[in-house]
Design a protein around this ligand. Structure first.
Ligand code: PMP
Ligand code: GLU
Length: 388
């Protein structure tokens, strides 16, 4: 007898998480590893957020909360989406989940049946296809072009649709490419989705991390009709350095919000009660630390851009958001998993192979790590590229 269900047995573990823990393990063994693996801020959570959670804990916020989250938090998220993102979702349409990863999973599970197709522009965040497969639906990949800044065009979206298409996943700012869609680009994609009533899952977890001229736009702000097709997903992990807290949220059309609530009531119940009070402090408190973190990411980004552009046989598109470089290694004639393994064993540099993102001739370097580590790591990366 097979113990594990077929749909689950076929899934692959998250490479982004496994590389990060492998680098940690090596470091604990005393190996001098430079890790470009983690898609996790290297900062600690701001103190006022920690204080709010501690106060809530001491004050007795130790019970189950409403499944979708405490009302003050849902009201604040609704207000934030209205004021910052220009999309109206009522508090009843908000569901607070155990990290944005859980939000994406809830949204896919609430909307997709076996046989449904979900359009995923590639390169993509590693978990999307596996979540789609986990519910028996089918990922349909659209290879985006480097010359289009790794962004799916309306024409490409239109061509990928079939009678079975249920949803498209848009992730801007993008992991792993750093692409940021303009409002005009989102309007064109929204028009295609509207033409066939396709749901849009908009993963905006990196919204605060944008650079230079780039501006984050929410596709749900295009029009009320588009909002009624869109599940907007965001969270606290990246902007507020709160990865371990596990708080994300979905803002969805009412029937989907209800379905997510029902699903969550039978799975995780609510997000940790006192962590929700930390999230309230994150939204209401001083945003200077967020701005400072982004300014520091930008310094690293610019440093890395200069260094990477000077290395022969690799190329990059300047990232406009998030904290990753997707380095094209095609000219080196070696596939990503092999490249990443050799880079780790020869130079002790950890990076995520592009295969995890549906692009086998690239390597993802995260710059959510300190400048000295970046400098050392790039010296080694450059030496590796010049030798091979
Ligand atoms: N979406 C994207 C694109 C991500 O890179 C991540 C990173 N973990 C998540 C969602 C999930 O974030 P979390 O579960 O930590 O809130
Ligand atoms: N999202 C981050 C990454 O891509 C963290 C790991 C994960 O959740 O997959 O590296």
């Amino acid at each position: 007898m097979e113990f594990v269900a077929e749909t689950i047995a076929d899934l692959t573990p998250s490479v982004t998480l496994s590389i990060t823990s492998e680098a940690k393990r090596l470091r604990e063994e005393g190996v001098n590893v430079c890790s470009f693996g983690a898609g996790e801020p290297d900062y600690d959570t701001p103190q006022h957020i920690k204080n709010a959670a501690i106060e809530a804990l001491q004050g007795g916020e130790t019970k189950y909360t409403a499944v979708s989250g405490v009302m003050p938090l849902r009201k604040l998220i609704s207000k934030k989406l209205r004021e910052e993102n220009h999309c109206n979702y009522e508090p009843e349409q908000i569901s607070v989940n155990c990290g944005a990863k859980h939000s994406v999973f809830n949204a896919i599970m609430a909307c997709c049946d076996a046989g449904d197709e979900v359009i995923i522009p590639a390169p993509y965040w590693t978990s999307y296809p596996e979540m789609v497969r986990a519910v028996g639906a089918e990922p349909v990949f659209v290879e985006t072009k480097k010359e289009n800044g790794w962004k799916i065009t309306a024409e490409e979206f239109d061509a990928a649709m079939s009678g079975a298409t249920k949803m498209i996943i848009i992730n801007s700012p993008n992991n792993p490419t750093g692409a940021v869609y303009t409002r005009e680009e989102l309007e064109k994609l929204a028009a295609v989705a509207q033409s066939e009533d396709i749901l849009i899952l908009s993963d905006e977890i990196y919204e605060k991390i944008v650079y230079g001229e780039a501006e984050h736009a929410s596709i749900a702000s295009v029009s009320p009709e588009v909002r009624d097709l869109t599940i907007t997903i965001n969270g606290f992990s990246k902007a507020y350095a709160m990865t371990g807290w596990r708080i994300g949220y979905t803002a969805a059309p009412e029937p989907i919000a209800k379905a997510i609530d029902t699903l969550q009531s039978h799975s995780t119940s609510n997000v940790c009660s006192f962590a929700q009070y930390g999230a309230i402090a994150a939204l209401t408190g001083d945003q200077t630390e967020v701005e400072d973190m982004v300014a520091e990411y930008d310094i690293r980004r610019q440093y890395m851009l200069g260094r990477l552009e000077a290395i022969p046989n690799v190329s990059v598109v300047e990232p406009q958001g998030a904290f990753y470089f997707l380095v094209d290694i095609e000219k080196m004639g070696i596939k990503s998993v092999n490249f990443a393994e050799k880079l780790l064993s020869h130079e002790k540099v950890a990076a995520v192979p592009g295969a995890a993102f549906g692009h086998d001739f690239s390597i993802r370097l995260s710059y959510a790590t300190s400048l000295p580590v970046i400098k050392d790591g790039l010296d080694r990366f450059e030496a590796f590229c010049r030798k091979h």
